[in-house]
Design a protein around this ligand. Sequence first.
Ligand code: APR
Length: 308
Amino acid sequence: MVNKITVVGAGNVGATAAQRVAEKELAKQVILVDIVEGVPQGKGLDQWQSAPIELYDSRIIGTNGYDETENSDIVIITAGIARKPGMSRDDLMNTNAGIVKTVSEQVARTSPNSIVIVVSNPLDVMCYVAKKATGFPRERVLGMAGVLDTARYRAFLAEALDCSVRDIQAMVLGGHGDTMVPLISYTSVSGIPITQLMERSVLDKIVDRTRNGGAEIVAFLKTGSAYYAPSAGAVQMTEAIVNDQKRILPCAAWLEGEYGMNGLFLGVPCKLGRKGLEKIIEVELTPAERVALGKSADAVREPMAKLS
Ligand code: APR
């Protein structure tokens, strides 16, 4: 357990993440911040009142300011607008860049030693905004996307194979968008390569559904985007850091030569521990996977270049 975890943005993703952090007792205090007056206070109070039932002592406090967030150990940034049907994540860019910049400046001022986990979309570009605005080293700015994309992939695989989600190991790398790269060569069920258990045509359909996993949910919801799985993903990363688990999870990390790339955030296998990003693991890729990762990087660089 750490002393304080702040969640910025008390909307669907943020409020659900705060509740999950509290239920896992990852911090003594969980601070929920939003610009809308009353919303974080109301949600925070409601959540705190679930503590005697769910049996946790993490104290959730809602606020519109940053004083209460001072010296947070971890800050999860979910502030921004969510997608509506027909919108891509990149359509959110300028609005969310402004929001993430403002939030990150406040975080750097009040919690200069914190580890930041970005969830706002378009994810890889928002991580870059957060890194620039905080001035934090790459060890302390990470993005949550790969964990979510991998969870979607694993859920679809478990469903198709009628087996436990627990036994499916997989990794989805690259940017958080249509160009993400599910690594078939590293997908297995209790160590059995997936290609031995499933027809390639079925697997290809699952890969495709994974790529469009977020859009499928947006089409159903119509007024917002996914939040149960995204919040679970952010909290899995948080838990790995708080408990120094040294877990290897696909996260958006700032590349400095890894995979032959520099100067962008991209989903890669990361070892997470109490210091944040402790190592980027470079796995061998097939030529096709390498090409796909390069294309995915291009799809991140393009909106990055348009950032005003
Ligand atoms: N500071 C704090 N909170 C802010 C700010 C700001 N400057 N600007 C907006 N917010 C808040 C909104 O008031 C709202 O409560 O961010 C919250 C966003 O919540 P939702 O609209 O419910 O969106 P959500 O589904 O939570 O998604 C948030 O995460 O997955 C991504 O694409 C998604 O970028 C989106 C983000």
